[in-house]
Structures are given as structure tokens and as C-alpha cells.
Design a binder for this molecule. Structure first.
Ligand code: HEC
Ligand code: HEC
Length: 365
């Protein structure tokens, strides 16, 4: 009798355990039209086979004298993707309280940078770095002043969830966008998906950012022999490109940057912001920052990673003084303690040349 009842209890327990393990059937593929967010076994996915949208390849024109742009194989540029990215870039829906878009801190007329030394996020807090220009950002092998991201796709994940910036969560962004029929339609047409996920959002943003190309400045027109530069601008060009000013070693080529990290002598040790060493943990990288492009520099003040200089005069004065010595100072900063010894006229000429890098077409896109 005793034995019988315990068998029954064991059986009941077994059955109820089995019930707990019961799996919810359905389709777990977010791209299927019958996607079931609760499902834990993947079954019977159905796809909208009638509607495979044809995308139109985007014809990215690489300006003369520029290297090819590195575009990830899994994010080819399309007309639909770029247009969607432009819309997202300007849409405050990406921030937690719908007040801030990427364009709030990357302002077109400021060469897609921020005239504030430190950008203010949605909750009124600010970080400790100046918002970078996005001029020709598609050619940057490293993103952010310390190179914390290596693709535009990877970089775009960050501002949305950064507490000092848009302070949102990606699941919130996905919810908002999936509840918007306009976005659903645009994502379908750009990526052939029925569920908008964070990966497709950053892909669209990156596609748009790769179109932020500036190559029609006064300098470019001079190189194309369409216009002449003034004697002062030409003299500045010579100072920039010779040992006299020695700017070209780091800000060289048509991109006016070297895709490297350098210490240009801003500070003595100990550094407040470790720069590249934050990422690599390498002593030798302390105080090194990404050398930025100088294109449109006239409009992207304030300057340096912490926006410490508000004018080009202050920047030129920094280099003219030779910079500060530190253990990681770049060997190309050859005039520590001596300075470049430019005359006032030469300083003005150098600034006049830097201003030839302004591109009205780009600044008024
Ligand atoms: C609250 C202001 C703010 C907002 C909003 C913002 N950014 Fe930025 N952005 C910055 C700052 C500050 C930096 C420099 C960060 C650093 O180096 O630590 C930066 C850096 C970048 C860079 C690196 C550029 C380079 O050459 O290194 C890219 C790309 C970028 N932002 C894109 C975006 C995109 C896309 C969005 C929207 C999803 C966005 N940003 C939203 C302030 C902002
Ligand atoms: C050793 C490499 C190196 C040399 C040489 C150099 N620079 Fe720089 N430059 C940098 C780096 C690195 C930064 C960013 C530093 C930072 O923010 O910490 C920078 C920043 C700048 C900026 C500010 C850019 C911005 O977006 O904030 C300007 C303007 C500038 N340099 C102009 C010049 C001029 C003009 C010369 C020549 C007189 C020159 N540089 C020589 C490496 C160099």
C-alpha cells in the first residue's frame, strides 16, 4: 500500500515537471512575418516571399587623390540605406526623451561638430571630450579621440546608450521604431527585414555617415587649377608642408590626417585624459589622441580632444611655442623648448591656409 502511493506521487511529480518544461512553439526568426517573441523552439517560419525589395547600389564617388574607402562587406551602401540613415541621424526618437538627435551635437554648419566645448546630453550632463567633426569620417580607421571604436557601425551603438548623451536603451529604440509604420516600411526597403533591430539601425547610420565627403574647398579648387590662392595663403601652404611648420607629417595627404594617434605636446605628465592608453592599457600610448582631419577646421571650433582652444590663433600659438615635453611626446614635435619661431605674418599666413580647407558645399549640405 505504502509502495503504491509513493509510485503515484512520483508519477504526478514527473508529469508536472514535464509540463514546466513544455516549450512554446513558434518562429524565432525576427525576419519572418510570423515571428513570435515568446517562442523558444523555431518552427514554421513564414516569409513574405512576394515582397523582396530590390535595393539600388549607392554610387559613392571617391574624390581624386583620396584613397578608397573601407566599406564593410556586410553593409554595402544603397540609396535606400543612406536616405534612411540620414533620417535616423536627424531624428530625436533615438534619445530616451525624444529631444536629441545625432545632429544636435554634430551640426552641419559646424562641420558636423559641436561649438560647445563639451556637448550637453539629454539630462543636462556633459562629458569631457569635444564632439569630433564628421568631415570625411568614412576614411577614419579609428573612431573617437582614443580610438575606442574601429567602424562607424560599432561607434553608432555608443551615443544612444551613453548616459551622458542620448541615455536610451537599444530595446527602447527597437520598440519605438517597430511601432512606427513609416520606419518599418523604410527598413524593409533598405534591408529586406520585417523586424528592426539595433544592427540595422547602426548600419543605416554608418551608410549615411560615409556620404559626409568634403572635397571641394578652395584648396581643392586650387589643386584642380580652377582658382589661384592669395600670396598669404600660398605662403601658409609652404609653411604647412615644409620643415618650417612641419604640420604635414601628421596632417598630411588629401585627408589632412594620418589615421594614427600622436601626442602633440598639449600637456605635461600626469595626463588627465590618458587617450589611446585608455583602450590599449599601454604606458607608451598615454597622452596620444587621434590626429584629426583639418578640413573645415575654420568651422569646427573649439579645438583638441577637450576643446581647450577656441581659436586657430591659439592652436598656432601652441605649435609655435613647440609644445610641452612628456615621455610619449611625438618625435615629430621637434621644437620642444625652441618653438617654430614663426613671425606674426607667418602665423597669419598659416591660418589663412588652414581656412582654404573650408568647403561651402559641405557646410551647407
Ligand atoms: C550629446 C552629444 C552627442 C550626441 C547626441 C552624439 N554624439 Fe557623436 N560624438 C560626441 C562626442 C563628445 C564625441 C567624441 C567622443 C570621444 O572621442 O570620446 C563624438 C564622436 C562621434 C564620432 C567619432 C568621429 C571620429 O572621427 O572619431 C562619430 C562617428 C559620432 N560621434 C557619430 C554619432 C552618431 C551616429 C550619433 C547618433 C546616434 C551621435 N554621434 C550622437 C557627441 C555626441
Ligand atoms: C606629431 C603630430 C602632429 C603635428 C606635427 C601637428 N599636429 Fe596638429 N594635431 C595632432 C594631434 C594628435 C591632434 C589632436 C590632439 C588632441 O586633441 O589631443 C592635433 C590637433 C590639431 C588641431 C585641432 C583639430 C581639431 O579638430 O580639434 C589643429 C587645428 C592642428 N592640429 C593644426 C596643426 C598645425 C597647423 C600643425 C603645424 C604647425 C600641426 N597641427 C602639427 C598631431 C599633430
Amino acid at each position: 500500500m505504502k509502495f503504491k502511493s509513493s509510485v503515484i506521487i512520483i508519477c504526478i511529480l514527473f508529469i508536472s515537471c514535464q509540463k514546466d518544461l513544455e516549450l512554446i512553439q513558434g518562429c524565432t526568426d525576427k525576419n519572418a512575418i510570423n515571428y513570435n517573441p515568446l517562442a523558444n523552439i523555431n518552427q514554421d517560419c513564414r516569409y513574405d516571399t512576394l515582397k523582396i525589395y530590390q535595393t539600388t547600389p549607392y554610387n559613392l564617388i571617391v574624390p581624386d587623390g583620396f584613397p578608397d574607402m573601407n566599406i564593410p562587406n556586410d553593409n554595402p551602401m544603397t540609396v535606400e540605406g543612406v536616405a534612411l540613415g540620414e533620417l535616423l541621424f536627424h531624428d530625436p526618437v533615438l534619445s530616451a526623451n525624444n529631444t536629441q538627435s545625432c545632429a544636435s551635437c554634430h551640426i552641419n554648419s559646424n562641420a558636423f561638430s559641436d561649438p560647445n566645448q563639451f556637448s550637453i546630453g539629454i539630462d543636462g550632463f556633459s562629458g569631457f571630450r569635444n564632439a569630433s567633426t564628421l568631415t570625411n569620417v568614412g576614411w577614419n580607421n579609428f573612431l573617437n579621440w582614443d580610438g575606442s571604436a574601429i567602424s562607424l557601425e560599432e561607434q553608432a551603438f555608443e551615443p544612444i546608450r551613453n548616459h551622458l548623451e542620448m541615455n536610451n536603451t537599444w530595446s527602447n529604440v527597437e520598440n519605438d521604431l517597430n511601432n512606427d509604420s513609416v520606419y518599418l516600411n523604410l527598413f524593409r526597403r533598405a534591408f529586406n527585414i520585417n523586424y528592426i533591430d539595433s544592427n540595422s539601425v547602426v548600419k543605416a547610420l554608418a551608410q549615411y555617415e560615409r556620404t559626409l565627403i568634403s572635397a571641394n574647398s578652395k584648396y581643392d579648387q586650387y589643386i584642380r587649377q580652377q582658382i589661384q590662392l592669395s600670396p598669404s595663403e600660398l605662403n601658409g601652404y609652404v609653411i604647412f608642408n615644409s620643415e618650417k611648420g612641419d604640420c604635414f607629417h601628421c596632417h598630411g595627404t588629401n585627408l589632412f590626417m594620418n589615421n594614427e594617434f600622436n601626442n602633440n605636446g598639449l600637456d605635461i605628465e600626469p595626463f588627465i585624459d590618458l587617450g589611446l592608453a585608455n583602450i590599449t592599457d599601454n604606458e607608451n600610448d598615454k597622452g596620444k589622441f587621434k590626429t584629426p582631419t583639418l578640413r573645415n577646421i575654420e568651422y569646427s571650433a573649439p579645438y583638441m580632444h577637450d576643446g581647450r582652444f577656441s581659436t586657430l590663433e591659439q592652436v598656432v600659438e601652441h605649435y609655435n611655442n613647440g609644445g610641452n615635453y612628456s615621455t610619449t611626446i611625438d618625435p615629430l614635435m621637434k621644437n620642444i623648448g625652441i618653438g617654430l619661431q614663426l613671425t606674426n605674418q607667418e602665423k597669419n599666413d598659416l591660418i589663412a591656409f588652414l581656412k582654404t580647407l573650408s568647403d561651402d558645399d559641405f557646410l551647407n549640405r
